[in-house]
Design a protein around this ligand. Structure first.
Ligand SMILES: Nc1ncnc2c1ncn2[C@@H]1O[C@H](COP(=O)(O)OP(=O)(O)OP(=O)(O)O)[C@@H](O)[C@H]1O
Ligand SMILES: Nc1nc2c(ncn2[C@@H]2O[C@H](COP(=O)(O)O)[C@@H](O)[C@H]2O)c(=O)[nH]1
Length: 184
């Protein structure tokens, strides 16, 4: 059986990656989304094992030492990483797997999985990005400032990726994402 495809979706926090992916997965149940591990505190409504595996710093560091992560990064004061085993098992079964990850982790995947399809989602502007993070209403002022500062550097790296999609009009961005993953 042919191995499945690994797809990396990156872009600054608040650009709409998660919202785009939720819609994409509804339309394409043949795609799987990797569930990451993080040391961040759960937001209201987030479920362990569905949105993330919420772990302590000690547990995360054990995962690093044990070689259990395909990639990991420290982002805005917390660890985030992709557990290897489920991704490898799905790819071996011929499934396509999407990683929704930040820039440092995405760069690691560029090196370890050069055949991965790498997509960068851009905001229409930094002002719009800030508005989206604020309207989402999940982050403190301190966290918003941190995320916006990281976003500026991330956006500069967009050219490193195979495809860039500007998420201005949501429907259009979703169509572009679909067209990139399922070219006709
Ligand atoms: N095209 C769009 N126009 C306006 N608002 C949007 C658009 N796309 C997404 N949003 C809104 O922007 C907010 C942030 O989106 P989302 O949480 O999906 O971002 P994200 O990139 O996954 O962030 P993070 O990386 O922090 O998880 C949400 O409230 C979402 O509804
Ligand atoms: N390198 C990785 N980055 C990840 C992973 N899972 C999520 N993320 C990214 O972290 C930021 C912040 O996420 P949030 O849920 O706290 O808003 C965002 O850019 C995610 O895409 C991962 O496994 N590895």
């Amino acid at each position: 059986m042919e191995a499945g495809r690994l797809i990396v979706l990156t872009g600054p926090s608040g650009v709409g990656k998660g919202t785009l992916l939720r819609q994409l997965l509804k339309r394409h149940p043949e795609l799987d989304l990797s569930v990451s591990a993080t040391t961040r505190q759960p937001r209201p409504g987030e479920v362990h094992g569905k949105h993330y595996y919420f772990v302590t710093r000690d547990q995360f560091e054990e995962m690093i030492i044990g070689g259990e992560l395909l990639e990991w990064a420290e982002y805005a004061g917390n660890y985030y990483g992709t557990p290897s085993l489920p991704v490898k098992q799905l790819l071996d079964k011929g499934r396509s797997v999407i990683l929704e990850i930040e820039l440092v982790g995405a760069r690691k995947i560029n090196k370890t999985f050069p055949s991965a399809l790498r997509i960068f989602v851009l905001p229409p502007s930094l002002d719009e990005l800030e508005q989206r993070i604020r309207l989402r209403g999940k982050d403190s002022e301190e966290v918003i400032a941190q995320r916006l500062s990281i976003a500026k550097a991330e956006i500069e790296a967009a050219d490193e990726f195979d495809v860039t999609i500007v998420n201005k009009d949501f429907k259009e961005a979703l169509q572009s994402l679909e067209a990139v993953i399922f070219p006709s």
